[in-house]
Design a protein around this ligand. Structure first.
Ligand SMILES: *Cc1c(COP(=O)(O)O)cnc(C)c1O
Length: 355
């Protein structure tokens, strides 16, 4: 049976990405060798790295003075790399979920952290809006999409201070103005590639301003200087990322992905709002286009397990909500076809009719 993959991460990749990755594992770039068994310093792999950087810049409309890095360690390493490289005295964060909480914890190791706003008191079910970004901080950090709770900030911030953003779960799903950001990072396993690589986009002029020694591997300048090849990079995930980037370009770029993602999310949210059995878990104006969280209405709470089984029987996988929220979470990343959302919506309708 065809599976409809709603996993939150690692998650669905385009069939093109899977196909091309499989081919490169067999025979990479007509070398008669697998991509798994060649030097990352070969001209064939250098071409992969160069094109991945160039396509990222093209798809995100990055100006000249932005560097694109492909690093190991996951988005979680960026939680400490960011303050290591940027935090001298004080940084400002907003706390919109588990990942933001983790980022704040790491930053506190390096200096003062001012948490400008938090929605922790209501289980992160909305995006706090009443806060001002101070002018005396080294940077302002936020998480654009809260993968676990299903809320999203779909606008850029206007401020004097450098803006740092964790875009792990919504990069390439919406257009944004890159000039409003000084550093963006994103673990690949949500919307780009298998796990193992993290994209970091950084404006060079924010670096070199802290008064501490930075270990070589944790210093962004090392990786800028060496073109993400200071040490052996995650070769296979970078190759897969390139395939996804080519696919995004072919599909019409980020704008086209955004249109499709919007269509998918609207279809599912409309059904959640219409269906007598289900209800959304977050403030409507903050709903994520990538991760749609919903639960059974209290009167139907005992049907949760039955719906999960019913959905499974339709080939729907990965809709179990994160353990901290419960209920359901359908992740609608770029590679998920509209048809899969239709299958889920139809299953919700059919289940409703039975009860
Ligand atoms: C998944 C996720 C992370 C953690 O990524 P790792 O690569 O596993 O470290 C961080 N931030 C957000 C927003 C995420 O969705």
């Amino acid at each position: 049976m065809k599976k409809h993959n709603f996993y939150a991460g690692p998650s669905i990749l385009s069939p093109y990405t899977i196909q091309k990755t499989a081919e490169a594992i067999q025979d990479f770039s007509d070398m008669g060798l697998s991509i798994l068994e060649i030097s990352h310093r070969s001209k064939q792999f250098q071409a992969v790295m160069d094109e991945a950087v160039a396509l990222t810049k093209e798809l995100l409309h990055l100006p000249e003075n932005y560097h694109v890095l492909f690093l190991g360690g996951g988005a979680s390493l960026q939680f400490c790399m960011v303050p290591f490289n940027l935090l001298n005295k004080k940084a400002a964060y907003i706390n919109t979920g588990t990942w933001a909480t983790n980022a704040i914890k790491e930053a506190k190791l390096f200096g003062d952290v001012e948490v400008l706003a938090s929605s922790e008191d209501t289980k992160f079910n909305y995006i706090p809006k009443n806060f001002t970004i101070p002018n005396d901080v080294d940077y302002f950090h936020f998480t654009s999409n809260n993968t676990i709770y299903g809320t999203e900030i779909r606008h850029d911030f206007d401020t004097e201070v450098p803006v740092v953003c964790d875009m792990s779960s919504d990069i390439f799903s919406r257009e944004f103005d890159p000039t409003k950001y000084s550093l963006i990072y994103a673990g690949a396993q949500k919307n780009l590639a298998p796990s193992g690589v993290t994209i970091v986009i950084v404006k060079e002029d924010i670096l070199g301003k802290v008064n501490r020694e930075i270990p070589t591997m944790l210093d962004y300048r090392t990786h800028i200087k060496k073109g993400s090849m200071f040490n052996t990079p995650p070769v296979l995930p970078i190759y897969s990322a390139l395939m996804t980037l080519r696919y995004y370009k072919e599909m019409g770029g980020v704008k086209a992905m955004e249109k499709l993602d919007m269509e998918k999310a609207t279809l599912l949210y409309d059904e959640i709002d219409r269906n007598k059995l289900f209800t959304g878990t977050v403030a409507e104006e903050d709903r994520s286009i990538m991760n749609v969280c919903f639960v059974m209405k209290p009167d139907y709470a005992e049907l949760e397990k039955d719906f999960m089984e019913f959905a499974t029987s339709k080939g729907i996988v990965g809709i179990k909500g994160h353990r901290s929220v419960g209920g359901f979470r359908a992740s609608l990343y770029n590679a998920l076809p509209l048809d899969s959302v239709k299958v889920l919506v139809d299953a919700m309708k059919e289940f409703e009719a039975k009860h």
